[in-house]
Design a binder for this molecule. Structure first.
Ligand SMILES: [Zn+2]
Length: 102
């Protein structure tokens, strides 16, 4: 993480302690501490909102992670769509079979 005070990529996740940290955690904010200037601050665990504070490497990892997530959901949708098509075919065959022929 890039420190918002000194702009150095020296900030690391700090240990959660006390009520204040727990309150912030309920808003998906986790504490970070800068190794250089010792500033303690809170930032979103992930996501675009704190992109500005991420280093290039962290942004790259997050981009890959998002792409993987999307790929996974795309695969799930494909399976889902295939299931619907198979069901439609089965239903079509079934109705054709049960319609009494004259
Ligand atoms: Zn700092």
């Amino acid at each position: 993480m890039i420190c918002p005070k000194c702009n150095e990529p020296e900030a690391h996740r700090s240990h959660r302690k006390g009520l204040k940290d727990r309150i912030w955690a309920s808003f998906s904010m986790i504490p970070y501490r800068c190794k250089k200037c010792h500033t303690r601050y809170y930032a979103y665990r992930a996501g675009e909102k704190s992109d500005r504070m991420r280093t290039a490497e962290e942004r790259r990892i997050m981009k890959i992670r998002r792409a993987l997530k999307w790929k996974r959901s795309k695969r799930e949708w494909t399976i889902y769509a295939l299931g619907i098509i198979m069901f439609a075919i089965a239903a079509y065959m079934f109705t054709r079979q049960t319609v009494p022929s004259q």
